[in-house]
Structures are given as C-alpha cells and as structure tokens.
Design a binder for this molecule. Structure first.
Ligand code: PGA
Length: 261
C-alpha cells in the first residue's frame, strides 16, 4: 500500500520569522493526530528558512522538510545555485523539481529536471517531480501526450528502485493558483496514465509503488474527494499550505479517506 503524502509548497513566501510562526502553528494544529494514520507531511519553505523550520520539527515525527528546487552539481562555480548536499545538510529530505513555475519563468527543461532528479536520488533524498499541461495544451487535446512525454524524459535513466522511491505530482498548470481544481475523476485518469507510463519506462512494480500526487488549488473542501480516487496518493498544496488551519484541515481530510500502513 502507498502511504499518502500531503506536501506544502510555500513558494516565494515567508521570512524566517514568518516561516517559524507558520510551522509552529501547523505543529500545534496537527499535534493530536494519530501518527500511525497520518499521511507523510512535508513542508517546503524558501531555502533561507529551511534550517529554522527544521529546528522546530523533529524529523520522523510526522512532518518532513523539502526544498523547492536544487542544482544538479554538488559544488563549484555555479553562482546563486543551491546543491543537494547543501540541502541535505539543512535536514531536508524532499526536493521539488520541475514545478511549472520553474519551467515557465526559469526555462527549466525536462533534461534539467532529469539531472536534478538523479542528483536528488543519488544523495538519498526524495524528488517530487512535477508535470502537467497548460490550458492551451489541454484545449488542443494534447494533455495525455504532454504529460507522458514529460514523465518519460524526467525519469530517464533512473533505476526501478529509484523510480519506486520517487514522488510525482500531476499539476495541471491552469489549476495552479487559480482556484479552479481539476475534476477529481479527470485528475485520477491522468494520474493512472502517468502510472502506466511509469510501468512502461520502468516496471509495473515501481509503478505500483511510486506515489503520485495531485496539485492545483487543493483546499480543505476538495481533499476528501481527491483522496478517494484510486490512484491519487496525496496532494501538493500551494496557497492553502500558507494557512496553518487550512493545511491542517487538508491533512485531516486526507486521513478520513485513507488508511496508510
Ligand atoms: P496552488 O499551488 O495550491 O496554490 O494551486 C499548487 C502548486 O503550485 O504546487
């Protein structure tokens, strides 16, 4: 059975002080939840707040830390970049890669994302590999091809074990930050297609193990229906993860419909 994940992507928000306040609030609001039934919870602050947030959370006690990006080289003359060993040193265990905002505003390609996924995995961290179509691509009937091609390129050269241990997030670009969630049955259909693509490029076993999240305007009111779908293993949450109450409600909503082992 795949253990669900609820991950919060804080994007470019929160100073160190604000991040500490938010994570303390999340900690208090999730304190009484049954740890055995709780999904894996991940928060992804900006780089500068990772250490302070990590100091507040006790690793292995339900809430993990992620970074929102990384560079694929470990060190060297790469001004402005942050590498996986440096992220690991801050006690983060997850790294988001291939988010559509990075693809759109920072020219990130599937080739870059693949290199980043390999770097993340080679240091024992878990990549959250994002994929998803734009509105234009959806309206042109290209959703399936776009998503399939992204996944094939992003996972290229990964071992079956590495694929099984990765997390994929299907985030239709038109649903991100717009308040427009993708219909749950449709999100499940695309996620199944992603799983079948993983089976083709890796193996059926790794496809059955890889956790695939939905992302795009996830809210407390949408999570139960999303989690009740056969192939949706959790959520990557943007806006709603910046409000401790909403994020805690999303975690609780996920627990109502899933029973992780
Ligand atoms: P959103 O963002 O929940 O604000 O739509 C999701 C994401 O970008 O990961």
């Amino acid at each position: 059975m795949r253990k669900p994940i609820i991950a919060g992507n804080w994007k470019l928000n929160k100073t160190v002080e604000e991040a500490i306040e938010l994570v303390e609030d999340i900690k208090v609001k999730t304190m009484d939840l049954d740890k055995n039934r709780m999904p894996t919870v991940v928060v992804c602050p900006v780089f500068t707040a990772i250490k302070s947030v990590a100091d507040i959370l006790e690793r292995g006690k339900g809430i993990y830390i992620g970074a929102q990006n990384c560079y694929w080289e470990d060190s060297g003359a790469f001004t402005g970049e942050v590498s996986v060993p440096i992220i690991k040193d801050l006690c983060a265990s997850y790294v988001i890669t291939g988010h559509s905002e990075r693809r759109q505003y920072f020219g990130e390609t599937d080739e870059n994302i693949n290199k980043k996924a390999k770097a993340i995995l080679s240091h024992g961290l878990i990549p959250i590999i994002c994929c998803g179509e734009t509105l234009e691509q959806r309206e042109a009937g290209r959703t399936d091809d776009i998503v399939k091609n992204q996944i094939i390129a992003d996972l290229q050269g990964l071992t079956e074990e590495q694929v099984a241990g990765s997390v994929i997030a299907y985030e239709p670009v038109w649903a991100i930050g717009t308040g427009k969630t993708c219909d749950s049955a449709e999100a499940n259909r695309v996620i199944k297609l992603i799983r079948d693509t993983v089976a083709q490029v890796s193996s059926r076993d790794s496809a059955d193990k890889v956790r695939i999240l939905y992302g795009g305007s996830v809210k407390p009111s949408t999570i139960e229906e999303q989690m009740s779908q056969s192939d949706i293993d959790g959520a990557l949450v943007g806006g709603a993860s910046l409000k401790a109450e909403d994020f805690a409600q999303i975690i609780k909503g996920a627990m109502l419909v899933s029973s992780p082992n």
